[in-house]
Design a protein around this ligand. Structure first.
Ligand code: ADP
Ligand code: MG
Length: 535
């Protein structure tokens, strides 16, 4: 695991408090000064990015170095993003994490704001450029994307309709053939950078809707974008395949919950969020120990949280992994920054063994079919006497081999086996449909992008996470417009959810009824002579 640390400028809130900077960077070393004792502590990482000062802002908001010390988005991308792409091209799974307290700059580095585009959009852009430059009739590529969120240990598909989300979230499953996977997570084929941009925009919109409806804060959710990247090449008349999953992970804020202000619900949620991050910490600890040759028999506690289960491969297995640790420069945040640096120090000790992933598809279909045959036999053998003997340790052990977990007397293994069978069959079918056919079917990215004209009357959302603010846009271009819950009567034109929202929350009426749109203006001039009395 390679580790980078990045320090941001003071934010407005910090600036008001006459802040002192407690971070220094010298070459590869990062020094943090304890404000109480004045003592420095030194950490050394693979990369350190100084983005605290030494820059100017251009008219479009782009931050550019004014000297040599400032590390801008371009430099961060060139050092980290390009490496991820190179690895993906070589056929390695890759993973890029952002870790740090809320407001430390995780999203800024990963996604970016406005003109300051982050690693993810820059990398995606380059993926398609490199593809374009190297595609021939003997070499081609297939890219699909999925996007999920883990909130309160519950996994949701960010590219699925928020109305259709299962309330308990998606199941995480494990199979010998497929490894760990999220059941029913949608995968979207993407032919271009524009397509992927649109899909991610939709994901963020769904994230915003989710966060208002549940009254949750995005800083407590983990977001994972996965790019599945396949390369095909005809060599000596034979088609070879290489594939790589690129996981881009924006973790929840690492700050510890301040118990004084937290409500009961928040506290529970806080525990669960911390559960994922705590387990991530434990996983990293055990992996670090193992990498140093200690505790060879220790069990890595991947299974203890949703996040670590989903990322088990990226963390301790077959993946080239980079962690960006974002820290605040302010003395005020000394404790959290120190914690982040300590976390990073452990992460850098982890050694993964990545291998090139070749020619998966046919083999996997065959293996899935074989697994299903075995499952069917097991099911038949088990139910021969009518019911399954849940206390038969031999049977339970055999279930375990299929990744089905059953403790004596708990759940119904018959259901589980059937579900697994269906799941496998679905996957085989899915794999047999060509990427091109899926692309044909998928029109998500083709939807017209909504024009967000902020000079016309509209509603938009505010969110404490700047990444989600302004993501929702509802124009008020007719009259009347009812706003409320799905259950409202009359049915709301704009449906919103969230604490405090009434079934019929409010009505917007406009006078005159016509709108200051260009066409509307022209029309209303013609009608001016005969004003409608009822208006
Ligand atoms: P996080 O995702 O960790 O909660 P954000 O990335 O949203 O934090 O950053 C919080 C604020 O700090 C944003 O307004 C962002 O623009 C600003 N910021 C973060 N990192 C930088 C940086 N390297 N340069 C300039 N501004 C930054
Ligand atoms: Mg963020």
């Amino acid at each position: 695991v390679k580790v980078a640390v990045r320090v941001r400028p003071f934010n407005d809130r910090e600036k008001q408090k006459n802040p002192k900077c407690c971070i220094k960077m010298q070459g590869p070393s990062t020094l943090i000064t304890d404000p109480k004792t004045g003592k420095d502590r030194t950490f050394t990482f693979d990369y350190s990015f100084w983005s605290h000062d030494g820059f100017t802002e251009e008219a479009d908001g782009l931050l550019v170095p004014s000297g040599t010390q400032y590390d801008d988005q371009e430099k961060v991308y060139n050092q980290l993003g390009k490496e991820v792409l190179d690895n993906a091209w070589d056929g390695y799974h890759c993973c890029l994490f952002a870790y740090g307290q809320t407001g430390s700059g995780k999203s800024y580095s990963m996604i970016g704001y406005g003109a300051n585009k982050g690693i993810v959009p820059k990398a995606m852009n380059e993926v398609f450029e490199r593809m374009k430059a190297t595609t021939t009739k003997d070499k081609w590529y297939e890219v699909s994307v999925s996007m999920l969120e883990i909130y309160n240990e519950c996994v949701q598909d960010l590219l699925a309709d928020p109305d259709k989300r299962p309330s308990k979230g998606l199941n995480i499953r494990q199979s010998k053939v497929r490894g760990v996977y999220v059941q029913n997570l949608s995968q979207h084929p993407v032919p271009s950078f524009e397509a992927i941009e649109k899909i991610m925009e939709e994901g963020n919109k769904n994230r915003s809707i989710g966060s208002t409806e549940m009254n949750k804060t995005s800083s407590r959710a983990h977001t994972i974008i996965t790019l599945s990247f396949k390369q095909f090449e005809i060599i000596d008349g034979k088609t070879t395949e290489r594939f790589s999953n690129i996981n881009l992970v924006d973790l929840a804020g690492s700050e510890r919950a301040k118990s004084t202000k937290a409500t009961k619900e928040r506290l529970k949620e806080g525990c669960n969020i911390n559960l994922s991050l705590t387990v991530l910490g434990q996983v990293i600890n055990v992996l670090a120990e193992k990498s140093m040759g200690n505790k060879k028999n220790a069990v890595v506690p991947y299974r203890e949280s949703a996040l670590t289960r989903i990322l088990s491969n990226a963390l301790g297995g077959n993946s080239k992994t980079i962690m960006i640790c974002a820290i605040s420069p302010a003395e005020l945040n000394y404790d959290e920054s120190l914690n982040t640096l300590k976390y990073a120090e452990r992460a850098k000790k982890v050694k993964n063994v990545a291998v090139v992933n070749e020619s998966a598809q046919d083999k996997m279909i065959r293996e899935l079919r074989e697994e299903n045959d075995k499952l069917k036999k097991l099911l038949m053998a088990a139910t021969q006497g009518g019911a399954i003997d849940m206390n038969d340790p031999d049977f339970l052990a055999r279930l375990g081999a299929f990744g089905i977990e059953s403790k004596p007397g708990t759940n119904n293994p018959e259901e589980e086996i059937k579900e697994k069978l269906e799941d496998n069959e679905k996957e085989v079918k899915n794999m047999e449909i060509s990427w091109k056919d899926k692309l044909e079917e998928e029109k998500k990215w083709e939807n017209e992008r909504e024009v967000q004209d902020k000079t016309l009357p509209h509603l938009t959302n505010l969110n404490e996470d700047p990444q989600l603010s302004g993501m929702l846009y509802y124009n008020l271009l007719e009259s009347p417009i009812h706003v409320g819950r799905k259950t409202g009567n009359p049915k709301p034109t704009i449906t919103i959810g969230g604490i405090g929202i009434l079934p019929n929350h409010c009505v917007f009426e406009m006078e005159p009824k016509e709108l200051p749109k260009e066409e509307a203006k022209e029309e209303s001039q013609e009608e001016e002579k005969e004003p409608d009395e009822s208006e």
